[in-house]
Ligand binder design. Structure first.
Ligand SMILES: [Zn+2]
Ligand SMILES: [Zn+2]
Ligand SMILES: [Zn+2]
Length: 814
């Protein structure tokens, strides 16, 4: 029902609709109430157009909780209207619920769009930033269009949203477009309900909107106290087209340029130029972690990568994530080896802003543009730079030039990263692309802050997430608003970005948390933030065990009501257990309320704690000791550790000194990678496991068997077999495959045991280890073969980027 405060304040008259409706006996009237993302996405003009086309009368209006439509006319047309309302809705609209209420006829004489006053306590889901739409793309390259080659062309169906919103209600003065006054032409489009740019808040053109220009780094002094890029900077290239062409020229010469985008700065260089990519690594201080690529179109992508139809659809989707694709050898201009060392995949995305299109599709044949490295504009592990002055100060040592613009970025948002699972036995009714087998690895631009719909209502709450790959979550009603990717909480900039993000989300979605949920780990920054915040609020604090949160996040995104328990398989690197040990190879019997630890990988000591996480050789040493394997120098981890180091590790393990116990599956992957010589030291999280997966021989069917005693899963026989095969010179791709097959089989076998004990047939797979699609698809095939119903991630990442959602649902149940 409309509350009095929801009543329209005034109405806009449209095209003098005066023809009186012929009220046949079959005429009916409805009030329809649509909730979801229905504001700021062209929904009212769409309704207007549809009603006019069907000769229906009435009105449409935004309210505090969605859109209300009162409409009347013949029964057939009314049915068609209701059907088209959900089927043909504009691309960015997402109707979560449509309530229909029949009413007596009102004898409207026309259809109109009514405007409502802003609602102080209203909250609306906000659209993520969306890649340029086909209509705008066509106009961008149409010499007759008035926005020909304009780098900030957008409309109701595309362009910046979340990154530009400073407050709600979503209206131009509350976006980073506030300082740009619309020219007459833009204003006319903005106010015309039949125009594609009706109420498109970022609407602009070359006459009135943001501008792009290029600054050479040599002309900047990093230590100067300049606080902004002023227009009097002499040698800047001000002409937009010349600026873009100069950027193209610099890239083709092997230079590195910083490009201001939608959610932050990218550093770009020619991905086929080994020297340029190596230089970028040197400047960024990034040793091996792969760089993402941007390619002009799918045809180019297919020259460098294998592409399934699902992967192609994801690349071209309006979310435009980075998709991890299997590498293909390419003779002419191979991608530089240093783009993704020791990987069998490349992370690729298509252009998603008009500026990207102009860069990658030169209007003149002056330069051949190769695929570009497009990596976030920052030093390693710092948040992406967003402000011009900040970016120029921080990035000047990294970039040779800046392609910059004057539309501010309010919220920094990194590119999203996804993978496609290649099994044929999964159905994902809730997936972002219907029936695709999407696995999100980083959920950020294009997806955040679109909410995850919960199967039940929750009180207003905040869940602060974990330590690595942090995201947080605010929730109310049946919505969980999971934040964009914040990052690893290890420097002041990231912590600040976390705190600003939490404040912004609470404000945008009008959430004053009654509950604050956090990880059990007392030293996580997010935990300390939760405790600090609590002193200022009267909220209830709820600590949540890390792996319980992983499983709950998987249940929640699959719309699990929590009425019965699942067998939760939570495999990751590190998470504090309720017994004080470091967990990570866990089988939980779990629901939202509680969990039992039903089985886990046997504990081993982790000599040196964090030091062992950075040095797989140390973990291998510990696993070899536990498996009673003679420590001979022919084994790579032994060769990688000095004798002094070996002595220290031996003592640490014997005395339990700085050697926390761990059941981590991630560390078991590290140990195996180390034993067969894949990697002894890592310089980014998960590196050893990723490189182990990269060499798996897909045709190998053999496996190493785990033994299970009570609730302990013993890897000793696996370690012994790995060593024996390695010493027998079995090729490492075969060993890697047998190990993956062994882990997948163990998952199935333990699940079968637990099904017998607990009469549960539903399995949830979560935790960072399940980013490994080789393991995930093998496990899925085996579990489906044993008739399990399996829940996997397709909305939020299986890694720690998803646990805030789990914390939120668990806390709401306490
Ligand atoms: Zn558009
Ligand atoms: Zn204009
Ligand atoms: Zn985890």
């Amino acid at each position: 029902m409309l509350k009095p405060s929801d009543q329209p304040s005034h109405s806009v008259s449209l095209r003098g609709q005066t023809s009186a409706i012929s009220h046949q006996p079959s005429a009916i009237r409805y009030r329809l109430h649509a909730t979801g993302v229905v504001q700021g996405v062209g929904f009212r003009p769409f309704v207007y157009g549809l009603a006019t086309r069907l000769d229906l009368k009435g009105w449409v209006c935004n309210t505090s909780s969605g859109v209300v439509i009162e409409i009347e006319g013949g029964a057939d047309a009314m049915n068609e209207f209701r059907l088209a309302l959900t089927l043909d809705a504009p691309p960015l609209a997402r109707i979560d619920h449509l309530a229909v209420e029949p009413l007596p006829l009102n004898h409207f004489t026309r259809f109109e769009i009514r405007e409502s006053e802003s609602q102080p306590h209203a909250f609306q889901p906000i659209s993520p930033d969306i890649s340029i739409c086909p209509d705008c793309l066509r106009e961008l390259f149409d010499p007759k269009d008035r926005r020909y080659l304009y780098p900030f062309i957008n409309c109701t169906n595309c362009g910046p949203r979340f990154t530009s919103i400073t407050d709600i209600p979503y209206d131009r003065p509350k976006t980073t477009m506030a300082s740009f006054e619309m020219c007459e032409d833009c204003a006319r489009e903005y106010h015309d309900p039949l125009n594609r740019r009706f109420h498109a808040q970022p609407v602009a053109c070359a006459k009135c909107g943001p501008k792009v220009w290029l600054v050479n780094s040599k002309q900047l002094s990093v230590n100067s106290d300049q606080s902004s890029v002023s227009s009097d900077q002499l040698s800047a290239i001000r002409n937009p087209q010349s600026a873009i062409e100069e950027a193209q020229r610099l890239v083709s010469e092997g230079k590195i340029i910083a490009i201001k985008g939608l959610g932050g700065f990218h550093l770009a260089c020619d991905a086929t130029n080994e020297n340029a990519v190596t230089e970028l690594r040197r400047r960024k201080g990034r040793i091996d972690k792969p760089f993402a690529l941007m390619m002009p179109d799918v045809e180019t992508v297919e020259r460098y990568c294998f592409l399934s139809s699902e992967e192609r659809a994801l690349l071209e989707s309006r979310e435009r994530p980075i998709v991890l694709l299997m590498k293909r050898e390419h003779a002419d201009h191979p991608i530089a080896h240093s783009v993704a060392p020791h990987q069998h995949t490349l992370g690729v995305m298509l252009p998603y802003t008009p500026l990207h299109y102009l860069l990658l599709h030169p209007s003149r044949e002056a330069f051949i543009i190769h695929p570009l490295v497009m990596t976030s504009g920052n030093f390693s592990e710092e948040p992406i730079a967003t402000r011009n002055d900040d970016a120029i100060t921080r990035l000047a040592p990294l970039a040779d030039a800046f392609l910059i613009h004057d539309r501010d970025i309010h919220t920094r948002v990194d590119d999203s990263v996804v993978r496609v699972i290649t099994t044929d036995s999964i159905s994902n009714p809730q997936s972002l692309i219907t029936n695709s087998q999407l696995l999100p690895l980083r959920r950020s631009r294009g997806y955040a802050p679109y909410p995850v719909k919960l199967p039940f209502n929750v009180p207003p709450l905040l869940a602060v997430g974990g330590e690595l790959k942090n995201t947080f979550c605010v929730a109310r009603d049946h919505y969980a608003f999971l934040s964009h990717h914040i990052g690893d909480m290890e420097n002041l900039e990231t912590l600040k970005s976390f705190e600003d993000g939490v404040t912004h989300f609470q404000n945008l979605f009008r959430i004053n948390p009654e509950i604050i949920a956090h990880d059990l780990h007392p030293d996580y920054f997010s935990t300390r933030y939760a405790l600090r915040t609590l002193r200022a609020h009267s909220a209830i604090r709820i600590p949540v065990q890390h792996h319980h949160a992983h499983i709950a996040s998987c249940m929640a995104e699959n719309n699990h009501k929590g009425d019965r328990s699942v067998i939760g398989v939570a495999f990751d690197g590190t998470g504090l257990g309720s017994d004080g040990a470091i967990w990570g190879g866990e089988f939980l019997i779990a629901n939202y309320k509680s969990f039992d630890r039903a089985a886990h990988l046997a504990y081993i000591p982790l000599p040196g704690g964090d030091a062992a996480t950075r040095k797989p050789a140390r973990v291998a040493f510990s696993h070899l000791l536990a498996a009673n394997v003679p420590l001979d120098l022919d084994l790579p981890p032994l060769a990688a550790l000095s004798s002094t180091e070996q002595n220290i590790i031996t003592k640490q393990i014997a005395n339990g000194l700085n050697s926390p116990l761990t059941s981590s599956m991630g560390r078991l992957f590290d140990a195996v990678a180390s034993i067969i010589g894949v990697r002894q030291e890592v310089n980014y999280e998960g590196q050893a496991a990723i490189e182990l997966e990269a060499i798996v021989d897909p045709d190998e069917k053999g496996l190493y068997e785990f033994s299970v005693e009570q609730d302990a899963i013993l890897p000793n026989a696996v370690i012994q077999s790995v060593v024996n095969d390695f010493r027998a010179r079995v090729p490492t791709p075969i060993i890697a495959a047998r190990f993956h097959n062994g882990v997948a089989t163990m998952i199935r076998d333990v699940c079968i045991r637990l099904r017998e004990q607990h009469a549960i047939n539903q399995v949830a797979l979560s935790g960072g280890v399940f980013q490994n699609v080789t393991l995930l698809s093998k496990a899925l095939t085996l579990l489906h073969g044993a008739d399990f119903e399996v829940l996997t991630h397709h909305l939020v990442p299986p890694n720690d980027g998803g646990i805030a959602l789990g914390q939120a649902v668990i806390a709401s149940y306490q």
